[in-house]
Design a protein around this ligand. Sequence first.
Ligand code: DAH
Length: 339
Amino acid sequence: MKQQLENIKAEAAAKIAEVQSRAELDALKIKYLGKKGELTAILKQMGKLTAEERPVMGQLANEVRSYIENFISETGEKIKAVETEKRLEAEAIDVTVPGKSNALGHKHPLSIVLDEVKDIFFGMGFNIASGPEVEWDYYNFEALNIPEDHPARDTQDTFYITEKMLLRTQTSPVQIRVMENQAPPIRVIAPGRVYRSDAVDATHSPIFHQIEGLVVDKGITMGDLKGCLEAFAKSLYGEDTKIRLRPHHFPFTEPSCEIDVSCFRCGGKGCPMCKGEGWIEILGGGMVHPKVLKTGGIDPEVYSGFAFGIGLERLVMFRFNVDDIRLYYDNDIRFLNQF
Ligand code: DAH
C-alpha cells in the first residue's frame, strides 16, 4: 500500500506539472481526490491492514492527499494568473489602430441636380407645387387641351387605374391644380414622378421625373419665358451657355417651343455629347393656351402665362455624363458611389 501511495503521489505530481488548462486540472482533481478517485480507492482498503500498520498508512495517505491538494491549488493559481494575463493581452485596446469609419450615404444624382434646379428657381421667386401621381384623366389630358381622341395621347400611353384614373404621364396636370387653387400672380415649379407605358432601354423608363414650371400674371410674354429659362440654363451649365428656341407643338401651349442649350462640353462646335449638333434639347415650353387658362379659372383676357416641362433624367445625364437611364434606378453602389 505504501508503494501504491507513493506511485500515486509521483504520478499525480508529474501530471499536474504538465497541466495547461483549468479543465485539465479539474479532471486530475477528480481522478485523484474525488469520491471515486484513486486515493479514495486505496483508503477503502485500510480495513485489511493490521492495527499497527493502519495509523502509519493513514498518516502517509493524508500526507499524499494534502501534497496533491496543495500542488493542485498552487497550479490553479498559476493557471489563473496566466489566463488573466492572456485575457488582458487580448482585451488591450490599441489606440494606434486606424479607426473604422462609418460609411454615410449621400444624395442620389437625381436628387443632387433636382436640388440645384430648385435652388435656381427659388432664387427667381418660384414656389414648389405638387399634385398626385395617381391622377384623373381630366387633369392629365382633358384640361390640358388633350381630348379623348387627340393623337398626343398615343405618345403618352400610361397605366390606367380605372377608365378615368391613371398614373400621370406628365407633371403638367399640376398646372391646372395650381390655377384652380391660386389666383395670379403664379410662379411655381412642380417636380415629380411621371409614368409611361414605355419599354425599358438606355433612354426610356416607365418611371421618370419631370419638373413643371408655370408663371401666370398680367403682361407675361414669350420674352419672360426666354429670359427665365436662359437664366436657368446659365445657372445650371455656366455663364457662357446660350439657349435657342425652336418652334414645336404642345396642345396646352400656344405658341410652343422646344429649348436647346449650347453644348456645355464643346461650347457649340459639335461633339459626341451633342451628337455633332452643338445644341442639346433640355425642355419644352410655351405660352399657356388661353383654353387652358380658362379651364384653370383664369381669364385669358386679363392674364397670360408661360409654362415649361423639363426632363430631370436628361438634365442629369448631361450634367454627369451618364449614358444609360437604367443606372439611376439599378441601385448599383459602384455607380452611386461616384457622386
Ligand atoms: N408635358 C410635356 C411632356 O411631357 C412637357 C411640357 C411641354 C410641359 C411644354 C410644359 C410645356 O409645361 O409648356 O412632354
